[in-house]
Design a protein around this ligand. Sequence first.
Ligand SMILES: O=P(O)(O)OC[C@H]1O[C@H](O[C@H]2O[C@H](CO)[C@@H](O)[C@H](O)[C@H]2O)[C@H](O)[C@@H](O)[C@@H]1O
Length: 271
Amino acid sequence: MPQKIIEIPVDDAPHSEEVLYPGAELPRLSECALLLDIDGTLLDLAPTPREVWVPPDLATSMGKLLQRTNGAMALVSGRSINDIDLIFAPMQFPAVGGHGAEMRLSGDNESVASGAPPMDKELKRRLAAIAKLSPGILLEDKGYALALHYRLAPHAEKAIYDAVSAIRADLPNAPIEVLPGKAVCEIKPAGVTKATGVIELMTHEPFSGRRPIFIGDDVTDESVFAIMPGMNGLAFSVGRRAQGVSGHFDEPRDVRAWLARLLIDDAAKSK
Ligand SMILES: O=P(O)(O)OC[C@H]1O[C@H](O[C@H]2O[C@H](CO)[C@@H](O)[C@H](O)[C@H]2O)[C@H](O)[C@@H](O)[C@@H]1O
């Protein structure tokens, strides 16, 4: 019997025999909603948010996955949708952005529904001043949220969180939440999470009625891991096996290789 050859892009060939490749149990792409986190899941982490790089093979896979799911592939990210578009330019994808504060159902849909008002100017001014605590702290302004990055100033972590706590103690009614991420302290609108964004997204065409498959790596992705079973969905974590997931990948390159293989396997299923 001829052996089936699976072509995986060379730069993203899986590096470990240990990596779990879910596949056989997955429904056809035409029945799935693929929901993908960006940083630390699709893309390798970089020293600063601007320095991330989209491997060309990944861009190719994502374009094909969008087609093969008939548009039911969305990025689910802490980044703003504007930022996501810059990173993946010229491609634009459906997205849940800003940890659930923004949503776009289709890449060519200009209207971005935002569930969150801009952050109060005085509050933003006070939070932004925290970046002056040390060289290397980077400020990311998402309009409705702020991120204080300390990957280049790890010694500043405690000082950042202490300063944010002091501001919150001063303004106990400010409608904000603090979200710790990977070398980042995010201050975002209260009440919205990636899970609230995904629940909303899944009520709309072409996502509704499909089986969601979510891949994420961070604390901020745990809210989505938790809702997947109730949506008949599957969750996969990256870097560690998170609680309640169906499997995990060691690194983003393993996710990229799996996505490329998913396309090949799905095409084979239709023969
Ligand atoms: O939900 P995600 O798509 O994973 O986005 C989470 C945050 O990602 C970005 O910050 C992180 O990635 C940077 C680039 O690798 C890295 O320098 C930083 O330390 C990480 O925290 C992004 O800047 C944030 O807005 C996202 O919320």
